[in-house]
Design a protein. Sequence first.
Length: 128
Amino acid sequence: MKSLSFPIIFNNSKSLIKEDKAATMSNLSLLLKSSKGELFGDPYYGTKLMELFYAQNNAALNDIVIDEIYTSICQYMPQLKLTRNDIIVSRKGSKLFVSIIATNSLDLSTDMYSIELMTGDDVMNEEQ
């Protein structure tokens, strides 16, 4: 698998490319940090996580977040094989993380992908 290196895509006169596990991590991070409707060519690409982060906290919110992550990965990253139980959402201080254990069907390796979804700084910037 190959992917454009985001956010620094160009270096002088050539495009920067990520390969294999780095490309998978980059694509997964972009998917989870994108909101639905942001991608011009595919308005369904991304997640509703930003909306859910500001929703009223209740007993079902954690399950809704995990379901949103799981369905987005299944739809847009079919090379990752995982179950709903392989997704863990955790908080450390003002930071929100998701840990995903998945098997990459391209090389049949199992990896743990840890992505920082939100920091306390993001909340402060939204309020200003």
